[in-house]
Design a protein around this ligand. Sequence first.
Ligand code: ASP
Length: 303
Amino acid sequence: MSIPPTAGTVVVHGGAGASLDHEDGCVLAARRALAQLEANGDALDAAISAVTALEDDGRFNAGSGSVLCLDGATIEMDASIMDTRGRLGAVACVRSVKNPVRLARAIADTPHWLLAGEGAQRFARTIGMADSAPASDHQRAAHRKLMTELAGSVPVMPGVTNQLFERFWNYKTPLQLPPGTACDTVGAVVRGPDGHFAVACSTGGSAPSLLGRVGDGPIIGSGFYAGPEGAVAASGIGEHIVRHLLAHTVYGWIAGGMPLQDALRRGVELFDPDITIGLIAVSRHEAGSCSNRTMPTSRMTQR
Ligand code: ASP
């Protein structure tokens, strides 16, 4: 898609592997981003508005919809933001925060770029950030389904036997099987009308995972990247994404002049088809998405 040089543009995704039935949530999120661009023209504020809407939706694996960890109780979330005005913030393994993407934005104003675990949580309390709500029926049902799959012989995580999660179990409570995998980072990339770029991502992480697991979502250059020629956000299995520094690799191709859709396709094709992968990106004149699974998206440009 070719975009006029002075029009703000947003692309939003609801996670590689997520149901297209949820695309209305992405449309709403993209509208929020455009409304924010109308309000102050700031690409980062727009990306955060979109991701906040997806975190609050409850159907995506982020914020209120985050997957429950294997103990059926803990929720650990990652989020990140970056723009071409120099703002960079991320949070890893944070619990009980309603909007991790807003926490990542607040961390960008501290002397650091990434806070994790208890420190991130205490920081959230210090700045008066809202707590997350108790787990919903949707989250509990997703957890029951995962536990059933984990008890079976088909690997829930490609290339990893299900028994490994039992062998390395590090939760306080014992594993109980059975009582799909979940991935689905949400993300947004924005080009502001002034030519600045921004990206924001948020995830409840991939499931199954051990306690303390951090994916690509809060890792600069892997799950997200923004530079003078565009912004890229990734979704899929973080353990594979980080090995390719995927967001920065794709950004490099776009910055080098490769058509955006070709760069996204090439990024997805770096991976074995068993590995769930999705990408969105925006550049000076193009915007798009690509995934090897269903991936709800929405793309909008200011008139
Ligand atoms: N990339 C995320 C993670 O590995 C999950 C996802 O995007 O589906 O934490």
